[in-house]
Design a protein around this ligand. Sequence first.
Ligand code: 16G
Ligand code: ZN
Length: 550
Amino acid sequence: EEQSSLLLKSSSLFPPPQGVKLSYGTAGFRADASILKSTVYRVGILAALRSLKTQSVVGLMITASHNKVTDNGVKIVDPSGGMLSQEWEPFADQLANAPTPEALLSIIREFVEKEKIPFDGVQSAEILLGRDTRPSGESLLEAAKQGISSIFGAIALDLGILTTPQLHWMVRARNKGITATEPAYFQQISSSFRCLIDLIPNGAKINKPDSTVVVDGADGVGGEKLEVLKNILTGLVVEVRNSGKGEGLLNDGVGADYVQKEKVVPRGFGSHDVGLRCASLDGDADRLVYFSVPADSSSNIDLVDGDKILSLFALFIKEQLNILTKKGNEKSTNNFEAHLGVVQTAYANGAATDYLKQLGLEVIFTPTGVKHLHEKAAQFDIGIYFEANGHGTILFSESFLSWLEARHNELTSESEGSEQQKAAVRLLAVSKLINQAVGDALSCLLLVEAILQHMDWSIHKWSELYQDLPSRQLKVKVVDRTAIVTTNAETVAVSPPGIQEAIDAEIAKYPKGRCFIRPSGTEDVVRVYAEAATQEDADSLANSVAKLVD
Ligand code: 16G
Ligand code: ZN
């Protein structure tokens, strides 16, 4: 058994850290980078097995997103470009926590048998590897390669430094037989952006003074990639700050997570930016929020979060769909009642949900974490999902896209340049611009910019779509966060007994009060979210519920 001895030998070089229990959480394994070598090595093995099982290309990404620079993490990208199938998560946990090489080997053997993975050295496996700009990434990537090459027939393709969504995009592209390179990615998003700009009503408004967007790159990979992308873009001027080239530390007082949670300007922004349209990416560029600096010279910002990005996208898509399928055009046998829906989590501001419902949209809720939102959004013809923190995208079903292609061809031959034909072109362009695999800050940025130009809206106009209810988020350190169990998309705590009744009693004290608690999936804390008619009330509600948890 050459395979077994190879695994025993290579795994003995990667002993697991003592006394730590790792779990494949909301977004893969995450920890201080110094203890992750063995985990990443083992996820290399996992990726190889996943590729063998699916007979497709999979991805392995090394990143800890918005966490501090000394942390790192690893996650797997499934052949579809989405997150690792949840059915494999327990196996990932077992692998990461196996105490000895022998234990590791027997877990692998058992799983290979159970899953009927073709493990004969004849079948081949291919894994695309990416990492963010963290200094620990390079040696962790080596560990991943070691894990992959300890499975016969598995090969690793190192794509170097990438944003998380770029890697997801490339895995998806590879499995569809499309060129999966960074230039191909940039080409696709910049040309579909340009297509939307060319179709702006009443002539292009390019190079207006306010067509500049100022972007905080979180001193990470997103800033670095945006510096490349901006040079091939036409129709938009991008100024990148915190691009990662200077002295600034990744995610340190910068980035989408910081801006959204603290609601203050990131490093490098200030009173000189009053009135500008600003945006912030997170450390691996899968989140995006916008903000502007008000004239009151404090460090506060006017935050335009994921909920408002969702609202902007929903408005635009709905408008284009209405044009395309408007009545009085029954001449076409080819009509389609497209089912458009939006997906949010309990963190969505209540005002956002009200706004979306008032637009006549179907709104559904899932627990926190991209995999949950993505799965629900995929059930619509067009499903738009966003977390308030800025992670989201628009999914188009295959059946809707084939109808759209056909309708577009029909309209182009009948009445090229008609409003309907343009709406079809726009929707097709959106489906190419927006990442179909996962939320992507770079493609979302371009779509926001295209829609603002299309509507001829300033960031203020956009921000005034609705007024956010005041909210407060707190985190509480507890001995055992698993004691809190929630249901109903995390809005109701079913355990410990009595806690929900106590929370309800607090909520009842405040007009427009809403509050929930949930255990974090990425940190050892319980999170509290509260919303109310005034900031004082939201703060007070959050504080009193935090005391109940403590
Ligand atoms: C991860 C999730 C994000 C979620 C956040 C919640 C992915 C790719 N990312 O960053 O969607 O909002 O965790 O963190 O799934 P929490 O459980 O610590 O509140
Ligand atoms: Zn991220």
